[in-house]
Design a protein around this ligand. Structure first.
Ligand code: 13P
Length: 254
């Protein structure tokens, strides 16, 4: 089974109109078929980027989606609005949203369903904290976060991507070793296989996130069950991001 690697750039609450222009001019004619690229700018830049990248294979996604369809929910953005902006993907359950904005597994489930209802592919983030890893709870935490979503029969498992982002590796410069990341990715794939079947497990892309840089991307992406990267800080430096994309495009799996 061949899973095309996917490199996603999560800008978080960073960027500006000038940075949008720089990124768009870098990727305006991107046409590498060996790697999928998705950029997740803040909401306000999604529509512009999508339009400006219409001749490029680079896709654009949103960093969040409301659990509500419409109404008096100040500050929220709905699935239909994202669809109108031709948003292709949405990040769900990023640890920053789980920790800082107290998003629960139940809300993540609702967001996944909402995205899929509008034809947007959710990337469900899962990840353990340092304390949980030190207490040897990493695997049970990931299992709980994953099962909260995949065990619900309303979720379309064919239209779902997973990102394993250990919280202790995000923005810290500490990356999981390739072996450590591969172990968790293998575990996630085995859960997918047990609960959704072998075919779905083999078809689902599982990304790694947490201090992915140009100098560690190749080793991580070479692992059998690592199908791409969700890149934070390094996606804000165009040269680093393009280096990571190049690494993914030429990677040979071990
Ligand atoms: P960093 O690459 O900055 O560690 O961020 C990872 C991340 O949270 C991507 O969603």
């Amino acid at each position: 089974m061949k899973r095309t690697p996917l490199i996603a750039g999560n800008w978080k609450m960073n960027g500006s109109s000038i940075f949008v222009e720089e990124v768009v001019s870098t990727f305006s004619s991107f046409n590498d078929q060996h790697v999928d690229v998705v950029i997740f700018p803040p909401f306000v830049y999604v529509e512009t980027m999508k339009k400006l990248l219409s001749n490029s294979l680079v896709k654009v996604g949103a960093q969040n989606i409301s659990t509500f369809s419409e109404g008096a929910y100040t500050g929220e953005i709905s699935g239909s609005m994202l669809k109108e902006c031709q948003c292709d993907y949405v990040v769900v359950g990023h640890s920053e949203r789980r920790v800082l904005f107290h998003e629960s597994d139940q809300e993540c489930l609702q967001k996944v369903i909402m995205a899929q209802t509008h034809g947007i592919i959710p990337i469900l983030c899962v990840g353990e904290s340092l304390k949980e890893r030190e207490h040897e709870q990493a695997f049970s935490v990931i299992e709980q976060q994953l099962m909260a979503v995949i065990s619900d029969s309303r979720v379309n498992s064919q239209q779902l991507m997973i990102a394993y982002e250990p919280v202790w590796a995000i923005g810290t410069g500490k990356t999981a070793t390739p072996a450590m990341a591969q172990d968790m990715h293998h575990f996630i794939r085995s859960l997918l296989s047990t609960h959704l079947g072998q075919d779905t497990a083999q078809n689902t892309r599982i990304l790694y996130g947490g201090s992915v840089k140009s100098d560690n991307a190749s080793m991580l992406l070479a692992q059998k069950d690592i199908d791409g990267a969700l890149v934070g800080g390094a996606s804000l430096v165009i040269e680093s991001f393009t280096d990571i994309i190049r690494a993914a495009s030429s990677v040979k799996r071990v």
